[in-house]
Design a protein around this ligand. Structure first.
Ligand code: HEC
Length: 153
């Protein structure tokens, strides 16, 4: 008959191993884990993606389109800036990833048209992670810290 402490110890050890394996698998599979603005290779990759796919609307310098808060005659909003003057940094990584992958339309109330295309068919998850890394690398330290605190919520 195994002692009571032995049984409790084994159960606890299994639980610890389980949590580690689960956490590791999650880190491997989630593209969000690659969003690291301190990684120069990721930033460079993201800058290239940004120049090719985002700059035409969000601006070569992340400045957005003029009067980006004013709705256009066709019902869409112009592209907002991705620098600290916009509100991209008010959202956590998961939302920014989803917005880029699935586009803006899926989040709009009925009757409102989004001007933000879905990139899920155009960009690999790793490219979406890279472009968000680049955008984040351009934020001042304080803004970056505020946004990163949302990721931990
Ligand atoms: C054809 C123009 C266009 C292109 C190209 C474009 N966007 Fe957008 N984007 C928009 C518009 C317009 C919005 C404003 C919200 C809406 O209408 O859905 C937006 C909003 C966003 C938002 C939400 C920001 C917020 O604060 O809510 C993210 C994130 C975003 N874009 C990322 C990207 C990325 C990354 C790329 C390049 C891979 C890209 N966009 C390319 C037009 C564009």
């Amino acid at each position: 008959m195994p002692s009571r402490t032995y049984v409790i110890g084994t159960v606890a050890a299994c639980a610890v191993v389980g949590v580690i394996v689960w956490g590791y698998a999650g880190a491997l599979t989630s593209p969000l884990a690659a969003i690291d603005p301190t990684d120069p290779a990721q930033v460079a990759r993201g800058q290239a993606v940004y120049g090719q796919h985002c700059a035409e609307c969000h601006g070569a310098n992340l400045e957005g389109q003029p009067d980006w808060r004013v709705r256009q005659a066709d019902g869409t909003l112009p592209a907002p800036p991705h620098d600290a003057s916009g509100h991209t940094w008010h959202h956590d990584d998961a939302l920014l990833f989803d917005y880029t992958k699935r586009g803006g339309q899926v989040r709009m109330p009925e009757g409102v048209t989004s001007g933000m295309p879905a990139f899920g068919e155009v960009l690999a998850d790793a490219d979406i992670a890279a472009v968000l890394t680049y955008i984040k690398s351009r934020w001042p330290a304080q803004v970056l810290a505020r946004q990163e605190s949302l990721n931990r919520k």
